[in-house]
Design a protein around this ligand. Structure first.
Ligand code: GLN
Length: 308
């Protein structure tokens, strides 16, 4: 296949771009090697192609959000989830304290307010906080097709500085959107964000979305098609935060970024793509990841609004 050579060349072309900064509001993330760079394509028929640092582990961070949202929809059904988390793009930063004025409902599940709520809705209502985390980690693992683990030091590091997410959770509790102890929910959400993945894992997770909810390698049906459609729709409108409009026009692939430098895209019926490069732009999206996706989209005509 020519794909690995193509990927290696694309990495070579963006390698010299050292712009952007590591996330440092989570001190442990500032210790990452900023030079890491990798890209993986995983097709819906189970082919996996990669170049660069594709087996280096890093924390999933916000890329967990669409998958936890999927689990909440699968476990509780659409109506109970939609009653507590909207689907409107916020056009705001990921950590914006933004809730609907009258109801307190977070605008969408990709910003922290909505993701903290979605975490609380994964699993069944009667689960305790650690059972819920277990449910989420098991679910993320099914998407990836291998058992994933939590990076405890990143989790502790984030919890020590989680004042903003705690504030958001207390607001949500005051509106009755959260019914549990806000600290427990933030801790669970932070554990979810601290799950360790590789670019290869992320590509498989994206490929599972691209493949109607069935992991292309394990063959496991992780979620049903209506949930896939809901999740991909929300990714395409809200996945890149306040850069969602630029992304929709330039790249045109449902996507999600994380502050540890991961970035995924899922093209229905075709392919899951993941990149890893830790330096971030002002929106909190990976600089070299965004460049790579722009290139992949234009080289291969992957924009969903283009006729193939
Ligand atoms: N755990 C991070 C937070 O809640 C995730 C943010 C992100 O990846 N954009 O702030």
């Amino acid at each position: 296949s020519i794909i690995p050579d193509y990927l290696a060349q694309a990495l070579g072309d963006v390698e010299s771009d050292t712009s952007g900064r590591l996330a440092d509001y989570i001190p442990e993330l500032a210790a990452a090697d900023p030079e890491r760079l990798g890209a993986v394509f995983a097709t819906v028929d189970g082919e996996v192609y990669g170049a660069g640092d594709i087996d280096t582990e890093f924390t999933i961070q916000s890329i967990s959000k669409p998958f936890a949202y999927a689990l909440a929809l699968a476990d509780r059904g659409f109506d109970p989830v939609l009653a507590k988390v909207g689907v409107e793009p916020s056009g705001e930063a990921f950590n914006q304290i933004s809730l609907e004025i009258d109801t307190g409902r977070p605008l969408n599940p990709m910003i922290n307010a909505g993701a903290i709520t979605a975490h609380s809705l994964a699993g069944s209502e009667d689960m305790n906080p650690s059972e819920r985390v277990e449910r989420v980690v098991r679910g993320l693992s099914a998407f990836a097709g291998r058992p994933l683990e939590i990076d405890e030091s990143v989790c502790v590091s984030e919890m020590e500085h989680a004042h903003r997410n705690l504030a958001i959770a207390h607001m949500l509790r005051s509106y009755g959107i959260l019914t549990e102890n806000p600290r427990d929910v933030v801790e669970g959400y932070t554990r979810q964000c601290s799950v360790l993945v590789t670019a290869r894992d992320l590509a498989m997770m994206a490929a599972t979305l691209a493949n109607r909810g069935v992991n292309p390698l394990s063959g496991e049906r992780v979620i049903h098609e209506p949930v896939v459609r809901q999740v991909l729709s929300v990714m395409s409108t809200c996945g890149m935060y306040d850069a969602a409009g630029d992304w929709a026009t330039q790249v045109g692939i449902p996507a999600k970024s994380g502050v540890a430098g991961g970035l995924i895209g899922a093209l229905p019926g075709q392919i899951g793509i993941a990149t890893f490069s830790p330096r971030l732009d002002a929106h909190g999206n990976s600089v070299r990841g965004v460049s790579l996706f722009e290139r992949f989209s234009s080289d291969m005509g992957l924009h969903v609004m283009e006729v193939p």
